[in-house]
Design a protein around this ligand. Sequence first.
Ligand code: HEM
Length: 295
Amino acid sequence: MTAIQPGILEAPAPAGRYLTFSLKHPGDAELKDALQQLAAMSDGRRLVIGIGQSLALRLGAQIPGLRIMPAYVGAGFETPSTPAALLCWLRGEERGVLLQRSRRIEALLKPAFRLVQVLDGFKHGSGRDLTGYEDGTENPDADTAPGVVGVSGQGEGMEGSSFVALQQWEHDFETFETYPHQTQDNMIGRRKSDNEELEDAPASAHVKRTAQESFDPEAFMLRRSLPWAEGNRGGLMFVCFCNTFYAFEAQMKRMTGGEDGVADALFSFSRVLSGAYFWCPGMKEGQLNLSLLKL
Ligand code: HEM
């Protein structure tokens, strides 16, 4: 019985921690041992695992559809591509628990992997971005999400697997706060006060740029983003799951002005710090299905 890692489909947990790793120069045995220990710890719910392309290549594995995130550029901004070998997304109720779990993960991976970044995410209010706007409204519902997220019909090793794109955005709160409320609503394309969609929002409004059914083919994705904060800096850790990277790339192209020259209004107060793609293996009989990685 194959399944999608359940933490992907579950409602967002109040706390999240994103660990990204690069590879050291491990021998085959050290690398396999570290990954087997990680797999033994992974329930797919409290710990969701993503494999980057460099790790797949190092293991001699072919994951159809896995690649590195493209970099994009638009008028006055760029969105970098910062690939990594491995992603551990920890989910839970409480930040202290996630800290202790992530220390254990770092220790067990240490012979083969270097910890590149740790970022804590948290639920803000009812699930709002730090600008105050409700995030996740147009996500696919529980019935359709598995079809959007899960790969099927591509062989046993791919069954129930998924692809994830992560992008850390940093908001310039001071600039955002200089805009009147109505301008802010027009930048998002929804009203902050009641989350109503604005039919007459400008073409640059974020939800006009990303309207999933307006792409051909349609570009649906399951977003699992969380706000982050460090000192007085903060923004959104944008996270989306799909069964191919098509939806993310179609939306990024339009958001950055690559379709019609109109850039997403998000870029007038927020910037992208990092961007990486990973393949999230499916689950088989309660364990991560790593058969394609030859472990
Ligand atoms: C600073 C970063 C971002 C913020 C603050 C943000 C915020 C929001 C908000 C408030 C909504 C409206 C409510 C909802 O349906 O969730 C929304 C919708 C959406 N966003 Fe974002 N977003 C960000 C980045 C992105 C990126 C990078 C993508 C894709 C590449 C994206 C894709 C979408 C999609 C697909 C929708 C739903 C559109 C629809 O079908 O109506 N967002 N976002």
